[in-house]
Design a binder for this molecule. Structure first.
Ligand SMILES: [Mg+2]
Length: 226
């Protein structure tokens, strides 16, 4: 067995574990409530899928502007890697993404890449290109990776946004901690097989609906890398 297939195998196993964890967390919170939200004593008045709803939907990362995030009280942004910052398993950062990172930084926002990728070698090249700190093996939707990202930026859940392309990792995990959650379209149609056959159909079933900011009907579709 060569190293590369071995790593892909590890990634697939990690994806299965992450997905099953997300399902367990979702079911647990649907039945007995959310341990992180002191303002919500029970789930009797909580819509079942609320934890899977992003606060905001954007076609692409670069649609977000710093003023919007600053107005909402954000000081830092946690960024997913695969299919959010770059295409899946790519280290190529598009120029518009580099420019967006520059605009965020110029506006005073802090950034951190938080990825479920199994190896630093997958995350570091992208983070280094952008000059931002990074967290690998984040185990999203569990809190640990988000918390490490916030520690690196010196932010709190109330001042941190998370941007990602997956409901069951980025959005569920961010919502559990009380972060401002932003769901983007995947950059590429290529992704882990487990994501394609398990998570995406469920995401379609749930529907891409924001809590308080549905996408405007005139919003153009972003180009998708095949
Ligand atoms: Mg992703």
């Amino acid at each position: 067995m060569t190293l590369q297939p071995a790593l892909y195998g590890l990634s697939a196993t990690a994806n299965v574990i992450v997905f099953l964890t997300a399902v367990v967390i979702f079911l647990q919170q649907s039945v007995i409530g959310n341990e992180f939200d002191g303002n919500r004593p029970s789930t009797h008045n909580m819509p079942m899928f609320e934890r899977l709803r992003p606060h905001r939907i954007a076609r692409r990362l670069v649609e977000l502007n710093a003023d919007e995030l600053l107005t909402r009280g954000m000081r830092g942004v946690i960024l997913d890697l695969d299919n959010t910052l770059t295409a899946w398993h790519s280290t190529e950062v598009r120029p518009d993404v580099t420019a967006w990172v520059g605009r965020m930084r110029q506006a005073g926002l802090l950034l951190c890449v938080v990825s479920n990728a199994a190896t630093a070698g997958r995350v570091r090249p992208v983070a280094d290109q952008l000059g931002v700190p990074w967290v690998t093996r984040a185990a999203k939707p569990l809190p640990v990776g988000f918390q490490r990202g916030m520690r690196l930026m010196g932010t709190t859940p109330a001042t941190t946004a998370v941007v990602g392309d997956q409901v069951f990792t980025d959005i569920l995990g961010g919502n559990r901690l009380g972060l401002f959650t932003v769901l983007v379209d995947p950059v590429s149609t290529r992704e882990a097989i487990i994501t394609r056959i398990l998570q995406r159909p469920l995401e379609r079933l749930i529907g891409r609906v924001a809590k308080d900011a549905p996408p405007s009907p005139g919003t153009p579709q972003s180009p998708t890398i095949p």
